[in-house]
Design a protein around this ligand. Structure first.
Ligand code: AMP
Ligand code: GLY
Length: 422
């Protein structure tokens, strides 16, 4: 069978690697892909927001399963377009993807169905939002309603920062339509974790829990990034907490989506914070997380194609989803300057040597130039190692990282520190 993956990052590289393990898979196409993915799949330049072009490609290339990585095509209705043409596509519909594409939708859903999350208020006008902030005070969290490429959230420690965030999001129109509403949230304190889950709309099966590292520097210092590394399983999610999350958050959310007339199938990403009052939802995403996917999928023992087909066919309850008794660590290698303006076009050396150490080297921001792989994004590579425990996985991942060099390269040296401390 032929498969199609949509997207171009480390997440999609990890998806392609895992899907390729199924021996019925003859060929994988990736739109648009990257140089790492190109070693496993045929990369094709098509606009991932052009649903007609995507469905035409899938029909012409006899694709039996399409997997969508990023949120933009999902919120652009790619799954609806595939279904309308009788094509099989893993992911939520446009209406279901609102759980990520509209924070207001997600918060109101949680409020209506008693799913634990931060208290919140929604505003359509900057003045009203600011009046509310002046009463609430700081710390407080200000979020753009819509998709903002991970930049629409400001955790404000002072009232001034919070007021400036409202201007940044609403008045200045940096986010366009995505910033026409703001959500103001209670500031929650606790350790964070991510749980990705497979769901067919009725059954939901959580994957091994992961932890991302959002700050750019060691000891969680410096500005936020798209994620500087991850590890799984995250011991903060004990078996008891996992059960609590399943019963109090994941299952009620899936039921709520069905009741609201937009049943959710695909991968549901749950961002959690472990407060003194128990686990609460920070956010939902309508897709696999990145870099979390780069540590979670290498630990999956079951066949990913089978699990995804079960999510689409509504047979997940009859499908075993099994995990290796191992740990995985992913170190993100970032470009000089990232997360501010960063360098591009630097030659990357040592990828093969790193792979010879037994690591996966997932490409994120790379491009091929005259036969040489060069940097082309803020997060350039994700180096993942698996081993029998977290300590050994960390050691193996950093040994592989040492083999890779490019000008300006930087990375955190403390990925998985919380798990190691435990
Ligand atoms: P998000 O884009 O919603 O994942 O938010 C980005 C980051 O902001 C999260 O990973 C948290 O660290 C932080 N954050 C978001 N909402 C809250 C909240 N209500 N309280 C504290 N921190 C938050
Ligand atoms: N790692 C956070 C995300 O994928 O949104």
């Amino acid at each position: 069978m032929n498969l199609l993956v949509i997207g171009s990052g480390g997440r999609e590289h990890a998806l392609v690697s895992k899907l390729k393990e199924n021996n019925k898979v003859e060929k994988i196409y990736c739109i648009p892909g990257n140089p790492g993915i190109a070693e496993l799949a045929e990369c094709v330049e098509i606009d991932s927001m052009d649903n007609n072009a995507l469905t035409a490609f899938a029909a012409a290339h006899n694709i039996s399963l399409t997997v969508v990585g990023p949120e933009m095509p999902l919120s652009n209705g790619v799954v609806d377009a595939f279904r309308a043409k009788g094509l099989t596509c893993f992911g939520p519909t446009q209406a279901a993807a609102r759980i990520e594409s509209s924070k207001t939708f997600a918060k109101e859903l949680m409020e209506k169905y008693d799913i634990p999350t931060a208290k919140f208020a929604v505003f359509n006008h900057a003045d009203a939002a600011k009046d509310y902030l002046k009463i609430q005070g700081a710390p407080v969290v200000v979020k753009a309603d819509g998709l903002a490429a991970g930049k629409g959230v400001v955790v404000a420690m002072t009232l001034e920062e919070a007021l400036a965030a409202v201007d940044m999001i609403m008045s200045d129109g940096v986010f366009g339509q995505a910033g026409s509403q703001v959500v103001i949230e209670e500031f929650l304190v606790g350790e964070e974790a991510s749980i990705l889950a497979f769901t067919d709309g009725k059954t939901i099966i959580p994957m091994v829990a992961a932890q991302d590292h959002k700050r750019v520097y060691d000891n969680d210092q410096g500005p936020n990034t798209g994620g500087m590394g991850a590890y799984a399983p995250a011991p903060v999610i004990t078996p008891a907490i996992r059960e609590q999350v399943l019963k109090e958050i994941l299952e009620p959310t899936i039921k709520a989506m069905e009741r609201e007339g937009c049943p959710y199938s695909g991968c549901l990403y749950l961002g959690l914070i472990m407060t003194d009052d128990g686990p609460k939802v920070i956010e939902f995403n309508a897709r696999f997380g990145d870099p979390e996917t780069q540590v979670v999928l290498p630990l999956l023992k079951s066949d990913l194609v089978t699990v995804m087909e079960a999510c689409i066919n509504g047979t997940l309850t009859d499908t075993a989803v099994e995990w290796k008794e191992e740990a995985a660590v992913c170190i993100v290698l970032a470009a000089g300057g990232y997360p501010a303006e960063y360098r591009k076009g630097d030659s990357i050396h040592g990828i093969e040597e790193a792979q010879r150490q037994g690591a996966y080297v997932f490409h994120a921001g790379t491009v091929s130039q005259n036969g040489q792989v060069v940097t082309n994004g803020g997060r350039v590579l994700g180096v993942t190692a698996t081993s029998k425990d977290i300590l050994q996985a960390v050691e193996k991942a950093y040994k592989a990282v040492e083999k890779i060099k490019f000008n300006g390269m930087h990375y955190r040296s403390d990925i998985a520190h919380r798990a190691i401390k435990r």
